[in-house]
Design a protein around this ligand. Structure first.
Ligand code: 4AD
Ligand code: MG
Length: 477
């Protein structure tokens, strides 16, 4: 059963060839022109059912959404917008689609509406482009690290550790709810719920990744991670995908270089392989922005923005320097923040991050050396006693896209920091072993995959770049 994909056919087909194509009817016009789509491209294939050659009964079934198999001959097209079309010899309906009930009309639907039609939104041009670009980005992730000789390490989804120490874990239990062990005051005792032990869904593969780096030198993870934070924003998911490289012998600067090279590689890959989809998304974004007031529109189009990021170094500065800029801008009334930055030590809000990248530097920014109080226990302590060797990458329109650090490789320093943060050492002794037997300086970071897809596609809501979004009010299928 040889099938030609429509993208391939439109690119390399030749008049006179006989082909079989299969797909879904987008529209059927004048009782003879089928616009057929099989998801390989947004360009529909025009299939011509020559008048008089097919039964009325069959033609009636060529409704929007119906699936068909067509065998026919490629011919040069006289219609506008396409060079080739297929003159059908046989048309077989594989699956009917009741035109009265089909939820999608051949018009523009809102993204919110489509989010509720998960089974059909893939059939729209916008989501076709988004998910083909997402696929390419995933492929490019593996290509980048494979070329560099990294080992792809599969870290567990079910784990006992809270890597980030932020307490945002989904608990995993094997017990029926009514049998969950209770503490003295009647609360559920989660210490014993996974075959008698405590377990949760991973918030990050980093700690396990560090074990890999202590043997393979260079590893990366790429998998789903989970955060039970009840935040309803356009940047947060309860289940998202993260890429986490971890590299032995790297320091913070190596880490920044790797992250910048990685992000640029991903962008370049999509520019090289997904031109058609990017152009479509760029146009979509431009039209969307026409609805916005002048001062809310982007200065650059999507493709120009990506080119700009490729061709310019990311701005690198310390947290302390950033705080000075933010205090200054608030002081000069250049920018009124909802939460004015009063002094050193505060965590940055997304309004601050976005001011730095979008207004002040107008390019991606890498912030380093954050106060230790606002960062995780595993980050390497700097000699000043106040900061850690952290790095966050902030992207225009997104905010934080990468979080990472050089790790604390000195056992005594790490144990002391864990004690200060009330993290029980016995629970992490498997992790501390890496510092006991041949510890080395090392560093790594996590790139939020959906935030990267947002950046590259110009979409604005993170729910629109993942196939099945998991957010506080969204888990129906
Ligand atoms: O900054 P985070 O929490 O860092 C870590 O998890 C480290 N263990 C990474 C490492 O050093 N190996 O998360 C990393 C990135 C963020 O910068 C953000 O892009 C993304 O993951 N992220 C989320 N994306 C979508 N929804 C959420 N709820 C996210 N939380 C973090
Ligand atoms: Mg972070």
């Amino acid at each position: 059963n040889k099938r030609t994909k429509i993208k391939q056919l439109l690119a390399t087909g030749e008049a006179g060839q006989t082909v079989t194509v299969m797909g879904w009817v987008r529209t059927f016009r004048n009782n003879q022109f089928i616009a057929l789509n099989d998801g390989s491209t947004n360009n529909n294939l025009q299939v011509v059912a020559t008048l008089g050659s097919f039964d009325d009964a069959l033609l009636k079934r060529l409704t929007t959404g119906a699936s068909v198999k067509v065998t026919g001959e490629i011919v040069a097209s006289v219609g506008k917008g396409q060079t080739l079309e297929v003159k059908a010899n046989t048309i077989e309906i594989l699956g009917d689609s009741d035109a009265e009930k089909y939820p999608l009309q051949p018009k523009k639907h809102s993204l919110e509406f489509l989010r509720e039609k998960a089974h059909l939104r893939f059939r729209t041009n916008t989501f076709g482009s988004v998910f083909r670009v997402r696929h390419s980005l995933a492929f490019a992730v593996h290509e980048f690290f494979n070329r560099k000789g990294f080992v792809y390490l599969h870290t567990p989804v079910i784990t006992a550790s809270d890597a980030e120490g932020a307490g945002e874990m989904f608990r995993v239990t094997t017990l029926p709810l009514e049998n969950l062990p209770k503490t003295e005051d009647g609360a559920i005792d989660f210490k014993e719920d996974f075959f008698g032990k405590s377990a949760n869904l991973t918030v990050s593969g980093q700690l396990e990744g560090e074990l890999g780096a202590m043997a393979f030198s260079d590893i990366y993870t790429f998998g789903p991670t989970f955060r039970a934070e009840n935040s309803n924003t356009t940047r947060h998911l309860a289940e998202f995908w993260m890429i986490e490289p971890e590299v032995a012998f790297n320091d913070l600067e190596d880490n920044m270089n790797l992250a910048e090279e990685f992000i640029k590689y991903l962008i370049q890959y999509v520019m090289d392989h997904n031109r058609e989809d990017l152009s479509f998304l760029a146009q979509r974004l431009a039209e969307e922005e026409k609805q916005l007031p002048q001062d809310k529109r982007s200065e650059l189009g999507l493709i120009e923005k990506l080119e700009f990021v490729l061709n310019n170094d990311f701005e690198r500065l310390t947290y302390t320097e950033a705080i000075e800029i933010l205090k200054e801008s608030n002081h000069n009334k250049k920018k009124k923040f909802q939460y004015p930055v009063e002094g050193w030590g505060v965590d940055l809000q997304s309004e601050h991050e976005r001011y730095l990248v979008e207004k002040h530097f107008k390019k991606p920014v890498i912030l380093t050396n954050y106060p230790k109080e606002i960062k995780a226990f595993y980050m390497r302590q700097n000699d000043d006693g106040k900061t850690v060797a952290a790095m966050d990458i902030l992207a225009p329109g997104i905010g934080e896209i990468v979080g990472g650090s050089q790790r604390e490789e000195r056992l005594d320093k790490l144990e002391q920091r864990m004690k200060e943060m009330h993290i029980p050492a016995e629970e992490l002794s498997w992790y501390l072993d890496t510092r006991r037997f041949g510890t080395v300086p090392h560093a790594g970071f996590g790139l939020g995959f959906e935030r990267m897809v947002l950046f590259v596609t110009g979409m604005t809501n993170i729910r629109d770049v993942i196939a099945f979004a998991r957010t506080p009010n969204n888990c129906e299928f």
